[in-house]
Design a binder for this molecule. Sequence first.
Ligand code: ZN
Ligand code: ZN
Length: 424
Amino acid sequence: METGATGTASVIDRTVLADVADVLPEALSLYKALHAAPEPSGHERETARLLATRLRETGCEVTTGVGGHGIVALLGNGPGPVVALRAELDALPVTEATGLPYASRTSGVMHACGHDAHLACAAGAAAWLAARRDLWSGTLMIIGQPAEETLAGARALLDDGLYARFPRPDVVLAQHVAPLPCGVVAHGPGPLTSATAVVRVVIPGRGGHGATPHLTVDPVVTAAHVVQRLQTVVSRENNPFEPLVVTVGTLHAGTVPNVIPDRAELGISIRCYDDDRLDRTVAAVRRIVQAECAAAGCPEEPLVNVGPVAPVTVNDPAAAARVRAAHTRLLGERRVLTTPPMLASEDFGLFGADGVPTVYWFLGSIAAGDWRAAPGRTPQEKTAALPANHAPDFALSPDATLRHGITAATSAALSWLGREHCAG
Ligand code: ZN
Ligand code: ZN
């Protein structure tokens, strides 16, 4: 889709749209360089270096090595609010199958979630603001967050003094690509992504010969009971009007049929839209594991390790309304959608620590032609037919995604920083 003039766009909005062409080529080349050299969570050294270099060229003061490979870049322009724009540095353990000329050169690692686009859009927004200092006042902060996919990076940044060593932001913004047409953004009034906890369980048994079960404590049978009993957390303990998922995603025990193993291991994913419910569900999992192990006469206490945990991503209502208004002026009402909550998870909610308002929105990344060509009539049917985030054939449309991502981020930041806003 092309960005049309909306008629209600302010001088600043019209300038954002016009001047994005000046910063797009650099952003595109950064995007392709990042896409070709993905690094997994916690190992984003080269990604951080590329981003830091680009942001220094733009005029930012850059601090590296924050919370691991995280970076914090500041673009100061006189007194005024501090607006942070967060983008993730990490890629996924996925083997790319797009065949693109700038496809991953690292086997088994791929930017399959669009974090490379988020970084390029953040760098593009910084470049736009650096070039048009006459239109705003305050400080832009770019947060390059490591380890989002493992839900460890936001916590690491905060624990390393993000809000103490650097100016405390008045708002933290983030956007995430989504299977929607380019030129569309989607906002949510309530929860956007779920609270989540990963729970790892080890059930201890007493191993032995498969022929003499009476001389063993079989952890396989106990694990089977645990898996079954966990289904009652959702069906019997949870209010049916409140979404909750408890998924046992991994279950490992034993190696051969004629040996009873001495342990079984479970990996459990819990998702819901409320942090108290998450705590109660983790407690229910712990209770069930302990009770089943007691029932089986396990020789030791089971291990129940909880983590990583991420809170629900929920926008600050006033700040989100401000960003939505900016996007509506920029794109027109038709291109600003309202999204229902998703049971995907994010650690972005942690940036809301100490009452810092946060705003998160989805950014369309599918070329208009691909969207039209996708089978199905409803957006849901089309989305189901397109390669999803985390899939080996995930491929966003770089030019249009970045153009709209840079303008969406810049206009959102200018809702606080723009001279026409910051007097208030
Ligand atoms: Zn992801
Ligand atoms: Zn992601």
